[in-house]
Design a protein around this ligand. Structure first.
Ligand SMILES: Nc1ncnc2c1ncn2[C@@H]1O[C@H](COP(=O)(O)OP(=O)(O)OP(=O)(O)O)[C@@H](O)[C@H]1O
Ligand SMILES: O=C(O)C1=C[C@@H](O)[C@@H](O)[C@H](O)C1
Ligand SMILES: [Mg+2]
Length: 171
């Protein structure tokens, strides 16, 4: 079974961009959790406003569990997709998790309901989530540029593939 490549990290850190770059280079399908939610339930900020975070997290869980059933795809998670341990477990069972990092000052915040409120909000979000990302991540990749981050993931994947199976030796 070829494992999925799963991109995790803070909102606006570049998960979608890096996932798309990796998918293009490997000719693999890219599944973006936020996009899947939008396709089914509409605008994310509106869901938060009109139905609340709990409803959003339920939609997110459905999308994560569905994506984790796939094989050999690249999955861009939402910034909060790992808040539910069952999501993390499902993603880890079938994938390798890459934590994309960027300085908090450089994170995109437009249209991201939980990133409203500037750097102090992001610092609090990071304090709350750092240990979750850290515990789940198989690799940490600094997103200096999208291209460099994508290349680092490809390199890590190559190393993993080298470690697949020992040769069969007649004894
Ligand atoms: N290394 C980078 N340098 C400059 N801009 C970047 C970099 N990585 C991402 N960006 C830009 O930051 C913005 C957010 O990127 P992206 O949507 O990929 O983040 P995300 O982590 O998927 O966000 P979300 O958590 O909302 O899903 C985009 O405009 C993207 O072009
Ligand atoms: O960090 C979060 O909790 C979120 C990040 C975005 O990707 C969206 O999934 C949504 O805005 C929630
Ligand atoms: Mg995204």
């Amino acid at each position: 079974m070829t494992k999925n490549i799963v991109i995790i990290g803070m909102p606006g850190a570049g998960k979608t961009s890096v996932a798309e770059a990796v998918a293009e280079k490997l000719h693999r399908k890219c599944i973006d959790i936020d996009t899947e939610i939008i396709k089914k339930h509409g605008n994310i900020a509106k869901i938060f406003e009109q139905q609340g975070e709990k409803a959003f997290r339920a939609y997110e869980k459905d999308a994560v569990i569905e994506a984790a059933k796939q094989e050999a795809v690249v999955i861009a998670t939402g910034g909060g997709s790992l808040l539910d341990p069952e999501n993390t477990e499902a993603l880890k069972r079938t994938g390798t998790l890459y934590w994309i990092t960027r300085p908090l000052e450089e994170l995109a915040t437009d249209g991201r309901p939980l990133s409203k409120g500037g750097i102090e909000t992001l610092k609090k979000l990071y304090r709350d989530r750092k240990s979750i990302y850290e515990a789940a991540a198989d690799e940490i990749v600094e997103n200096t540029t999208i291209e460099e981050a994508a290349r680092a993931i490809l390199a890590a994947e190559k190393l993993q593939n080298n470690k697949k199976e020992p040769p069969v030796i007649e004894l």
